[in-house]
Design a protein around this ligand. Structure first.
Ligand code: OGA
Ligand code: NI
Length: 352
């Protein structure tokens, strides 16, 4: 079986199918020079972000994991930091990741050019079909459905998704080791660890290019409302513009962008797989009035048709099973029938 890779390009807030003037999506409205947020995007007062005069919130440094250290003689120490980050924050910043700067620049630039296309051109790729990813096929089959403009987008996305996929697999290996599911480095038995990682190699990857246009009234709305990610891990690349906030100790904190690094977070499937030890944390995105922002999220999990369950090795009398089995189809069903992607899906999988 070969891996499935889906590419999604999204203008946040979502573009609409009904194409009257106020329904063409925020980027289109911004191009027309609007000065007020359309009413449909205004959040109820309690859900709005609280911004400082400078237009942001407290910035926050995520725990840093050094990929070089993880692959070198300090692995045992780095694994401890990794599990602490996944338990306490659900997020970490990965530095020295080894992906060539050029692949990253090419991907961001191709994404940026896509969002500079005319509305008519971009709207060809709009889809509200939430079930579309379920019909996915190997890359060679889905490639024709990816945007063909700008011409470099497909090549950049193929290259970028291969690189991030490889990095993801290396991190999954570290995560399995940190959970005590494969032998530790010292007495490592390669076959054992290969068996575990095999399930992940054929997994699914969803590459989402997000564009957050600048917004005239950033205190009334959000680029993405609070949600957790469905998969095992998300590898997020943000440009230099702040916006990502995570919930930490009941507060919303803004993640400080660190050049040439990835923000990596635990998704619902890893929380379930680890039987609750690693946390899938709520996050959201602020918009600002000065700059537009681009981010690229690469969401990774097992194959779309796989069942996700707590690892049997992590369940015992002292630590009983805390989640029901789940699969990608039930997640899609859930979000199709609820308004926002949110943590509630994970709640719905908790055993009472
Ligand atoms: C997402 C997401 C954060 C960002 O796409 O799921 O949380 O900063 N993106 O764009
Ligand atoms: Ni997310």
């Amino acid at each position: 079986m070969s891996p499935t890779i889906v590419l999604e390009v999204e203008t946040r807030f979502e573009e609409e199918e009904r194409l009257d003037e106020f329904q063409k999506g925020v980027k289109h409205l911004c191009e027309r020079g609007i000065t007020k947020v359309p009413r449909k995007y205004i959040l109820p007062a309690l859900e709005r972000p609280i911004l400082t005069k400078k237009g942001d919130a407290t910035t926050f440094k995520l725990p840093v994991i050094d990929f070089d250290q993880l692959q070198g003689p300090n692995r045992v120490h780095a694994l401890k930091s990794l599990s602490k980050a996944c338990e306490e924050y659900g997020f970490f910043q990965l530095i020295n990741h080894g992906i060539a700067c050029q692949s990253i620049v090419d991907m961001i630039e191709a994404g940026r050019k896509f969002f500079e296309l005319s509305f008519e051109e971009r709207s060809k790729y709009m889809s509200k079909d939430l079930r579309a990813p379920l019909d996915c096929h190997p890359l060679s089959d889905v490639l024709p459905y990816w945007p063909s403009s700008p011409t470099e987008l497909r090549q950049a996305a193929v290259n970028y998704s291969e690189k991030t996929r490889f990095l993801y697999l290396m991190i999954v290996e570290a995560i399995l080791e940190s959970l005590g599911l494969v032998a530790t480095t010292k007495d490592s038995d390669e076959n054992d660890s290969d068996d575990h990682i095999k399930e992940f190699r054929d997994g699914s990857q969803l590459l989402v290019v997000n564009c957050y246009p600048s917004c005239p009234e950033p205190d009334l709305t959000l680029g993405i409302p609070p949600h957790s990610d469905y998969g095992f891990l998300t590898l997020l690349l943000q440009d230099e513009v702040k916006g990502l906030q995570i919930q930490h100790e009941t507060r919303w904190v803004t993640v400080e962008p660190v050049p040439n690094s990835f923000v990596i977070n635990v998704g619902d499937h890893l929380e379930i797989f680890s039987n609750g030890r690693y946390k899938s944390v709520l996050h959201r995105v602020l918009v600002n009035s000065l700059k537009s922002r681009i981010s690229i999220a690469s969401l990774h999990s097992l194959p779309f048709e796989s069942m996700i369950r707590p690892s049997p090795k992590l369940i015992n009398d002292a630590n009983p099973r805390r989640y029901k089995d789940t699969d990608f189809a039930s997640f899609i069903e859930y979000i199709a029938s609820h308004e926002h992607r949110s943590k509630n899906f994970l709640e719905s999988r908790r055993m009472s």
